[in-house]
Design a binder for this molecule. Structure first.
Ligand code: GUN
Length: 344
């Protein structure tokens, strides 16, 4: 795998919103967990192995950056309130940033924080030269506007790629900070489809975090892109046309085997916690739970050519891409040409 962090260039990419692009090419074996190689059984795309590979590469580059430039990338993660899932995600992001050799700063604000308090913190982080990436964990408590908050982050430190200027640049095919989950999906897709041109891709779900940026990236790669969502009435028919299905709907088991074109690549972004009585009970007596995706995995894997499992598919790639975006933002803010960090 190579990981290139290239400075933007060209007239459309100069000025305050010039960006590094994160481009990663994989050279990994198809199949992973459990692929039995028999006909009618999809390659299982091992997101953990892909993510580990990216994180290793980032860690090596961070080490080189420290030695050559005396600069340590810094990631600031802000959590407002105490949503249990968000707490788990934030802990994991901070821990993996440290594992990659970065400085990790965690800020916790109470759930009843005002917009002014949150914006004041973001302003401080924007001005802090030691901070290269800022992430405000979503969802925010309902009284806070995520649009206002996200757009108050310096776009050059917006390692989520959610700021309107990054969204606009990706939408117009310019190098920009790309949202982590869609970036991870693209990296895994490119392993199976080094040339995505002309492929028909269906994205199910049109959130700002996954569906919309995913559709834009696929379009930038010259796919024919279909986007379905909760008001779509013909999703099975659309899916049967698709060489690639990316689903981020939050509906467990939504995608059925008879929707899938034989040999298609299926990327499952869904993460839903459901009761798992077969696992027994927890210490407090409540039923144990498990994470499931949006794809009827056991049946779809008999038809698809390649498929991501849940867990162990897209999830590990998302945090790996967050680290890659932070390194890229740091290079850009310090005017460091990533080529000088080449390891080979
Ligand atoms: N909540 C769920 N996914 C994400 C993400 O990718 N970024 C942020 N900031 N919050 C999230």
């Amino acid at each position: 795998m190579t990981l290139e962090l290239k400075p933007s260039n060209g007239p459309n990419n100069s000025g305050p919103f010039a960006r590094f692009s994160v481009r990663m090419k994989f050279m990994m074996q198809p199949g992973g967990l459990g692929a039995d190689g028999s006909s009618g059984s999809a390659d299982i795309i091992d997101g953990k192995a892909h993510g580990d590979g990216v994180r290793r590469k980032v860690r090596d580059k961070v080490e080189k950056m420290k030695a050559a430039y005396g600069v340590t990338p810094g990631l600031a993660v802000v959590l407002v309130g105490n949503d249990p899932s968000s707490e788990i995600y934030v802990r994991s992001k901070c821990k993996l940033a440290v594992d990659a050799g970065m400085n990790s700063l965690e800020f916790r604000l109470p759930a009843d924080s005002t917009a002014e308090e949150l914006l004041e913190l973001i302003g401080r982080l924007n001005r802090d030269p030691e901070v290269h990436g800022i992430l405000v964990q979503l969802p925010l408590p309902p009284h806070l506007s995520s649009t206002l908050v996200i757009n108050s982050i310096d776009p050059m430190k917006d390692v989520d790629g959610f700021h309107v200027s990054n969204v606009g640049m990706v939408g117009t095919g310019q190098d920009a900070i790309v949202p982590c989950t869609p970036l991870g999906c693209m990296m895994m897709l490119r392993h199976y489809h080094p040339d995505l041109r002309g492929k028909t891709a269906l994205v199910i779900g049109h959130s700002n975090v996954v569906g919309k940026p995913m559709a834009r990236l696929l379009l930038n790669a010259d796919c024919t892109v279909l986007v379905a969502h909760k008001s779509s009435t013909n999703i099975p028919q659309l899916a049967r046309l698709a060489d690639i299905v990316v689903v981020a709907a939050g509906v467990p088991g939504l995608v059925k085997a008879d929707w899938i074109k034989p040999g298609a690549t299926v990327i499952d972004v869904g993460i839903t916690r459901v009761p798992a009585p077969e696992k027994g009970v927890q210490e407090d007596g409540s039923v144990k739970t498990r994470i499931v995706g949006d794809v009827d995995f056991e049946n779809v894997r008999r038809v698809a050519g390649a498929i991501t499992p849940v867990p162990g598919g897209v999830g590990p790639m998302t945090i790996a891409c967050l680290l890659a975006n932070t390194l890229s933002a740091c290079c850009h803010l310090h005017g460091i040409d990533d080529a000088s960090l080449q390891l080979e």
